[in-house]
Design a protein around this ligand. Structure first.
Ligand SMILES: CC(C)(COP(=O)(O)OP(=O)(O)OC[C@H]1O[C@@H](n2cnc3c(N)ncnc32)[C@H](O)[C@@H]1OP(=O)(O)O)[C@@H](O)C(=O)NCCC(=O)NCCS
Length: 149
C-alpha cells in the first residue's frame, strides 16, 4: 500500500469535497470546506495507491493547532489508515513548532474517540448539547480533547 500526502489547497477542493460528503453523516457546506483550505488553515490529502482516501485539516493560531476535520473514506476505514494519517498530521504540526493540538468530537463518535486516545489525546471537558443530533431534533455533547506536542 503506497501512502502519499499532498497539501490542501483550493485547487484540490473537488477531492476534499468528495471525501467530506462520503465520510460525514452531516457534511460541512461547500463554502465552509472551501474556506478551510486556505488562510490560517492547513492540512493534507492522503492518497492510497494514488487514490484519495482521506484528509486532515488544522486551524493554526499562534502556536496552537485545532484539528477541525479528519476523515477516511468508508471503504478504507478500519485498516489503521486513520491512525497513520493522524500521526503524520501531528508530526507536521510538531515540525511547525506548534505546542498543543485541540479538538472537539461528538460524544457518540466511538471510532474517532478511540483513534484520538490511541494517538495520545486526553479529555479536557464536555460541552453539553454542543452539536445538533445526527438524527432527530435532539442535541449531542462534544468531548474536548488536547495533546501537547
Ligand atoms: C475516525 C476515522 C477517521 C477513523 O479512521 P480509520 O481509518 O477507520 O481508523 P483506524 O483504522 O486507524 O482505527 C479505528 C479505530 O476505531 C475503532 N473502532 C472502529 N469502530 C468502532 C466502534 N464502533 N466503536 C469503538 N471503536 C471503534 C477500531 O477498533 C480502531 O481502534 P483499534 O485500532 O484500537 O482497534 C473514520 O472512522 C472516519 O473517517 N469517520 C468519519 C469522520 C469522522 O467522524 N471524523 C472524526 C471527527 S471530524
Amino acid at each position: 500500500m503506497d501512502l502519499t500526502f499532498v497539501a490542501a489547497s483550493p485547487q484540490r477542493f473537488d477531492r476534499f469535497w468528495a471525501l467530506e460528503q462520503a465520510c460525514h453523516p452531516l457534511p460541512w457546506s461547500e463554502s465552509n470546506l472551501y474556506s478551510c483550505l486556505m488562510g490560517n488553515y492547513w492540512g493534507e490529502l492522503l492518497l492510497v495507491d494514488g487514490k484519495a482516501a482521506g484528509f486532515y485539516l488544522f486551524q493554526q493560531v499562534l502556536d496552537e493547532a485545532t484539528l477541525v476535520n479528519i476523515c477516511i473514506h468508508p471503504q478504507q476505514q478500519g485498516k489503521g489508515l486513520g491512525q497513520r494519517l493522524l500521526q503524520h498530521a501531528l508530526e507536521q504540526a510538531k515540525a511547525r513548532d506548534l505546542a498543543i493540538c485541540f479538538l472537539e468530537v461528538r460524544a457518540g463518535n466511538a471510532p474517532a474517540i478511540a483513534l484520538y486516545q490511541r494517538c495520545g489525546f486526553n479529555q479536557d471537558a464536555i460541552r453539553k448539547g454542543y452539536y445538533p443530533a445526527i438524527k432527530g431534533d435532539g442535541r449531542e455533547d462534544a468531548v474536548l480533547m488536547s495533546k501537547s506536542l
